[in-house]
Design a protein around this ligand. Sequence first.
Ligand SMILES: [Fe+2]
Length: 218
Amino acid sequence: MNKFKILSIFVIVMFLSSCGKSEQKQIQNSSDKTISNNAKDTCDSPDADIDCSFRDMPSDLTNIMIISGPGEPGEKLIITGNIFHSDSITPYKNVIIYAYHTDSTGHYSKKGDETGVRKWQGHLYGWCVTDSNGYYEIHTIKPGRYPSNDFPAHIHPVIKIPGEAKPFYINDFVFKDDSLVNEKYISSLQYPGGTGVVELKRSADGILLGQRNIILPD
Ligand SMILES: [Fe+2]
């Protein structure tokens, strides 16, 4: 074997070795990226921590929560009420309420660019904070039952008490005229805040109006 052949073999071996390392590095990078993507957003889960509901909350809340815009299909709905301490008398001020619900067809529908918990809770959500009287309002549309039609139409509320670390669910808002709001449903409730059953009346201009006062545990 002459010197030229030996040099050629050496160059080929070095080239193949280099290709192998490059491919190995690409696989490693790809693996790192997958791990990074999986780890980057713990709120992107149907079982996300309840704190995720407050991650993108605006800082300028009022006592009025506006969930749906004027173009949202469905019947307009306004729920009002007061939150009280456990004595049922003292207004609970500065309580943040987060709420989300299905659209009028019963889906947690999305626009397509959602991240985190929004991928799971849809585009109909909002926050408000009770005033000095514990008063709040929720302006939205009436949600539809799930397409499975085996659970009442409902609005999920989460409560965040000022100065307390962990938010918590209270029982859903549901509607008295829903035939699925029955004894079986009431006996299944597991959260504080009363049954959440709201009786709806229609205003002269066609808006559904409901009221719910909420007593929170101390
Ligand atoms: Fe739900």
